[in-house]
Design a protein around this ligand. Structure first.
Ligand code: FE2
Ligand code: FE2
Length: 409
């Protein structure tokens, strides 16, 4: 009957939501770019599924529009939220690969087999898609957890014990749908990383292009602009991290912030693919940290403010740059910039809207969102002021080598 069906779907909604919040929290701590991009995409998939589940629950319980709290599923939901407090990167990845994602896959499969494809057809459509996405997610998490363990074998034992703890809690609460709660044995209270982990294949730095620290260094035209724009896109890695942190810290507007995070991962990847297509070596390409670190230790509302600040600051240049790339015959850069512009237009709306909502929820004046933006500008200015002469010198050398390489091509 529709009410029992809605009960099952409601449980899946809360599991998806808790799981994606936990995944988002880990983006800054995980170094490889492919994993950051993959996490961002999977978060978005989960958010789409959660959104569809929630709407379906409303349909089935019509006329009620209430999605009352977890109720009898609270211990289960607590477990999905609890993996946010995994003791290490490999432990987090392994517990999802081996336990939580397969658990969700199996529950979707069982649901699809047991439910009526005629009466409950609308659920079948989106849950079949969610099932195939879970298969893909499991494969990726398996691979990531193995590669994280290969890079840090000392963490293997702990990761295995943690995964067992997650598995036994799932069998306790999954069967009885109540049972034990409280923190899992071996958990480590999550804190937002002060420094973002960086993919070691790239040139590590804080400030990723000379113009950030030297106002006399031109943003450039022609080849220099093409290169600068690709470097900017790659370095939007900070925006994936900011998206993940604000998603997990505020957990209130999941559908928008998951899409936001995913979009930034696509922008970062656009830059990466372009630089690779031009035959450049990752070791020569600077990957910085300064924007994330400018807001480090601050209330996470300032990471939301950073996204809003940079997006509103840069968006007006984009159509003109796409046009310039067109005149250079660089259709790759033009295409990326054109799609990027459509995403960023949407994001500028997200930034303003959610800053205002968040301020209102805190009992502050929603109109003060511009003060957040101004403070972000100041935080960045102060942080850039800490650049050392050695850093300025180094990034100039790195940039000049890339410009010379580009010119040769
Ligand atoms: Fe972006
Ligand atoms: Fe954006």
């Amino acid at each position: 009957m529709r009410f029992d069906t809605a009960q099952l779907l409601k449980r899946s909604f809360f599991c998806e939501r808790s799981l994606l919040v936990s995944m988002a929290a880990w983006i800054p701590a995980i170094a490889p770019l492919e994993m950051k991009w993959g996490l961002a995409r999977f978060i978005w998939q989960s958010a789409e599924t959660a959104h569809a589940l929630r709407n379906r629950v409303f349909e089935l319980r019509f006329p009620s529009r209430m999605l009352e709290e977890e109720g009898s599923d609270s211990a289960l939901i607590e477990l999905f939220s609890g993996v946010k407090h995994s003791p290490s990167v490999p432990a987090f990845l392994r517990s999802l690969a081996k336990v939580l994602l397969p658990g969700m896959r199996d529950s979707y499969r069982t649901y699809l087999e047991a439910s009526d494809p005629i009466a409950d057809g609308p659920t079948h459509r989106f849950l079949s898609l969610a099932l195939s996405e879970k298969d893909e997610q499991i494969l990726a998490f398996e691979e990531w957890s193995e590669s994280a363990l290969a890079g840090n074998p000392a963490l293997r034992e702990e990761a295995i014990v943690w995964t067992q703890a997650v598995a036994s809690r799932l069998s306790d609460v999954g069967g009885a749908r109540s049972g034990s709660s409280g923190p899992l044995a071996g958990s480590k209270t999550y804190v937002i990383p002060a420094r973002p982990a960086r993919d070691p294949r790239f040139f590590p730095c804080r400030f990723y292009w000379p113009d950030i620290v030297d106002p006399d260094f031109p943003y450039g035209e022609g080849l220099q602009l093409q290169l600068r724009s690709a470097i900017s896109h790659l370095n939007e890695v900070w925006a994936i991290e900011a998206g993940g942190v604000i998603l997990s810290a505020f957990a209130g507007w999941i559908h928008d912030s998951a899409r936001w995070t995913y979009d930034e991962s696509r922008h970062c990847r656009m830059g990466y693919e372009r630089l690779m297509a031009w035959g450049l070596e990752p070791a020569q390409i600077p990957l910085g940290t300064y924007i994330y670190e400018s807001a480090s230790g601050e209330d996470p509302i300032y990471l939301l403010g950073m996204l809003y600040f940079f997006e509103t600051k840069n968006i007006r240049h984009k159509p003109a740059r796409a046009q310039l790339f067109h005149t250079y015959g660089d259709s790759l850069s033009e295409h990326d910039m054109d799609f990027d512009w459509a995403d960023e237009t949407m994001h500028a709306g997200y930034g303003k809207h959610w800053l205002k909502e968040l301020l209102a929820a805190r009992g502050q004046d929603p109109a003060a969102y511009d003060q957040i933006r101004e403070r972000c500008e100041q935080l960045v200015r102060d942080y850039v002021g800490t650049a050392t002469a050695k850093e300025v010198d180094e990034i100039q050398k790195v940039a000049n080598v890339l410009i010379a390489k580009g010119a040769q091509r």
